[in-house]
Design a protein around this ligand. Structure first.
Ligand SMILES: [Zn+2]
Length: 372
């Protein structure tokens, strides 16, 4: 649901598709309502151009806000693989949860502080433009950026998980309870009540006149509710897997298929005998690919007699590997990013095991029982 636009600070920047809709909506709101009321006397075309520029500047502001989070996270030793940007913010994908409440607090607070700083600088620039009378065309976007970053900082400080304010709240509870999971649960519960409150208030506003304003609130409330649910699930999963290594969950006695076997042989000697959904293909102790039941199904029955495993397998260069000492969290992340069923485990180029999706989910089920 998102695509990549490049890398900053080593973090992949992704844009969620819904962002285009929001961009259009914001440009329209600005060009048709906000700008003509605040800065009258310009032509319709200019309002639309200024609307689009302001919406883009909002995007840049959100990006800087998220990068501030990433910067502190990386400094504190938490790698950030990617940021996905959508409405009012983004989600910085963390490869693990912060190790202690203080890290969480400093990571969270830097975002709103950055937004307030951008707001302050833009306000000063706007004031200078007003004094030296550079004209409305320069004034309008600067004023908007000052205002929107003030709102952005304020909005993100709302005590609703996974907003920064919610994370600060969780850090506080975490410090008090000394345990991440109960803290996340309590913070999520508070956030959910808060989110429903916003949705309810939105309906109230829709009923009593301001349709668009109300709709925005309903949308924001719903966004917060689903964000809170997702964060809770993610925290529970990460926690369940955090002290488990790939070595602990991998299957060690790997059954491998030689690449020169015909597909018929693969069916009778391997898929039919061991009932696995896929097998690594190994030649002289070296993994050269993986063949799955789905690969087999693509080949017509009569062709399986002469076609070979190496012709239809996923070749090595397209495989994703694990190391035995890697955390099970890494395996989970690799599975959730790629639509694959099994990951081979390599130790110095040697195939030492295989981890399936269900191996990871079994650990989550057992360790997080009753928590999801
Ligand atoms: Zn933030």
């Amino acid at each position: 649901m998102s695509f990549s636009i490049g890398k900053i600070l080593g973090v992949k920047i992704r844009i969620h598709f819904s962002w285009f809709l929001i961009f259009a909506l914001i440009t329209w709101t600005l060009a048709a309502f906000y700008l003509p009321t605040q800065f009258p006397g310009l032509s319709v075309e200019v309002y639309w151009i200024l609307g689009a520029i302001s919406a883009l500047l909002l995007f840049v502001s959100v990006l800087i806000h998220e990068l501030a989070h990433s910067y502190v996270a990386i400094k504190r030793g938490l790698p950030v693989p990617s940021i996905t940007l959508f409405l009012f913010g983004g989600v910085s994908e963390l490869s693990s949860e912060p190790a202690d409440p203080k890290t969480e607090a400093s990571m969270s607070v830097v975002g709103p502080l950055t937004s307030f700083a951008i707001s302050g600088i833009s306000a000063i620039a706007w004031y200078a433009v007003v004094i030296f009378d550079f004209g409305t065309v320069v004034q309008a976007p600067l004023f908007y950026i000052a205002l929107i970053n003030l709102l952005l900082g304020g909005f993100n400080l709302l005590p609703a998980f996974p907003l920064d304010g919610g994370r600060l709240l969780r850090a506080g509870i975490w410090q008090w309870k000394k345990d991440l999971i109960p803290a996340t649960k309590l913070a999520t519960r508070i956030s959910t009540v808060f989110a429903y409150g916003i949705v309810g208030f939105g309906f109230f506003i829709v009923l009593f006149g301001d349709f668009i304003g109300g709709l925005w609130l309903i949308f924001i409330g719903w966004f917060l509710k689903s964000g809170a649910d997702q964060s809770l699930r993610q925290t529970i999963v990460m926690q369940a897997l955090s002290d488990v290594n790939v070595r602990d969950i991998m299957t060690k006695d790997v059954i491998a298929i030689p690449p020169e076997k015909t597909l018929s042989e693969a069916v009778t000697e391997y898929f039919g005998t061991y009932k696995h959904g896929g097998f690594p293909v190994v030649q002289e102790d070296r993994i050269v690919g993986i063949i799955t039941i789905d690969d087999l199904k693509k080949v017509a029955e009569q062709d399986r007699l002469y076609r070979r495993v190496e012709e239809i397998m996923t070749p090595r260069k397209k495989l994703i590997f694990l190391k035995p000492d890697e955390s099970a969290v890494d395996a989970f992340i690799k599975f959730s990013r790629n639509d694959i069923g099994r990951l081979p485990v390599l130790e110095e180029e040697r195939l030492v095991g295989i981890v399936t999706r269900s191996d990871v989910f079994r650990v989550i089920r057992i360790k997080a029982q009753g928590e999801i």
